[in-house]
Design a protein around this ligand. Structure first.
Ligand code: FES
Length: 128
């Protein structure tokens, strides 16, 4: 299954701003790093989308991982580091590989632990 990884490109981080002279937002730096790493992996299991604010600004940098007929996950408190990029893409690949979107905790990359903010249940048609 192909899943979607939506990255907030407007998240700000004081730590990242101190390291970058080009004034890009931390979210933009993270998005570019994720896109570059995903290209190198040559997989179509994860589609990356850039998006403005995901309304979790105090938890920057944030992202949303979601797929059809499965819960989505809002995660944050990332810095745009190589370790974070690897953990995010590894978790997204594990999520895509499951039949129901439930990644067993034992398979979580260390870099994802403590970063989840919310689990968003899949929408169901016809529910009232
Ligand atoms: S700016 Fe990233 S969640 Fe608001």
């Amino acid at each position: 299954m192909t899943v979607t990884l939506t990255i907030c490109t407007t998240c700000k981080s004081a730590a990242t701003r101190a390291l970058n002279n080009d004034l890009r937002s931390a979210g933009m730096v993270l998005a570019e790093a994720l896109e570059s790493a995903a290209l190198q992996r040559q997989t179509d299991a994860v589609t990356l989308i850039r998006h403005d604010c995901l309304w979790a600004c105090s938890q920057a940098c944030t992202l949303l991982i979601q797929g059809e007929a499965r819960s989505g996950y809002l995660a944050g408190r990332f810095e745009p580091t190589e370790g974070a990029v690897t953990a995010i893409l590894d978790w997204a690949a594990a999520y895509a590989a499951t039949p129901d979107g439930v990644v067993p905790y034992a398979k979580w990359p260390e870099g994802m632990k403590g970063h989840f903010i919310a689990r968003i249940p899949a929408a169901k048609e016809g529910q009232s």
